[in-house]
Design a protein around this ligand. Sequence first.
Ligand code: ZN
Length: 111
Amino acid sequence: MESGKLLKTKIRVGDNVVVISGASAGKRGKVLAINKEKGRVVVEGVNKRDKYLRPSQANPQGGKVNIEFPIHISNVMYFCDRCKKGTRIGIQVKDNNKTRVCKGCGKSIDK
Ligand SMILES: [Zn+2]
């Protein structure tokens, strides 16, 4: 990917999202991290795999941890609990404040 080109997304850390394609399709979870350079997100409970750790001083045997691996952001949508489905996020400007709203029902996402 070209350097300096950051992904444009309205999804933020802490949002509830639903996976719309790939092996985890249909799963829902909270966004734990967003990597805008790589266009990837880490979603709680989604795409969990074992990660093998190299032996270190603290852990001479090495080992493994079961953690969430990033998935491509195009595979997730914001999950609106009022629409009960993945929806697009719109921006509403009110008194010079930008807030995110669900494009399906108009519900404000940012409290
Ligand atoms: Zn909605």
